[in-house]
Design a binder for this molecule. Structure first.
Ligand code: V0V
Ligand code: CO
Length: 142
């Protein structure tokens, strides 16, 4: 079902400081920056590596307000790892399959994600405390 680690989502207070950290520490390059109102974030994707199953990224997340998922998370725990996202070929099918295995879904139908992707979240309470995201990229891996 899983094709790669698509991204690691990191909650930040200061997006530009976080970008500078990943640029100067690892020489990563920003490949996308967008506001996702539905998810309550401004987010930046930095490319880590390109593999046969597609690219992997660091995703930096700044909450648009304190009432958003990332805003609540930062208020409770401070900056840090917010979620892990895996690539899938068919996010709708993967969500249905996982629900059939008894995993609680946050999204039963996919939502709009970074760089034109379709995404769905699994509840952290059924994933050992790890908020888990599935990502179907806008264009399939070569
Ligand atoms: C909350 N909890 C987490 C967590 N956020 N546990 C692990 N990782 C996280 N990131 C725990 C929290 O500590 C509580 O545990 C419990 O869940 C309920 O938390 P809450 O603060 O009361 O918040 P809720 O229940 O209102 O919302 C929690 C969920 C929410 C996970 C349901 O954050 C959500 O819907 N997340 C999915 C959407 C999202 O995160 N979007 C932002 C990224 P205790 O204290 O009860 O034990 S957007 C993105 O990644 C995009 C666009 C992309 O990749 O393209
Ligand atoms: Co994400």
């Amino acid at each position: 079902m899983l094709t790669r680690i698509d991204h690691v989502g990191i909650a930040c207070d200061d997006l530009d400081a976080a970008i500078a950290r990943y640029e100067s520490t690892f020489g990563l390059t920003v490949v996308a920056r967008e506001v996702n109102d539905e998810q309550g974030v401004e987010e930046v994707m930095l490319r880590v590596a390109e593999g046969p199953m597609g690219a992997s990224h660091v995703q930096l997340l700044r909450p648009l307000s304190p009432e958003t998922p990332v805003g609540k998370y930062v208020a409770k725990r401070g900056e840090g790892i917010h979620h892990v996202a895996y690539g899938v070929d068919d996010v709708t099918g993967a969500l249905a399959e996982l629900e059939g295995r008894g995993i609680r879904l946050i999204d039963r139908t996919p939502r709009h994600g970074a760089m034109g992707s379709s995404i769905g979240f699994l509840h952290p309470k059924d994933m050992g405390g790890v908020l888990t995201e599935l990502v179907q990229a806008a264009t399939p891996a070569p």
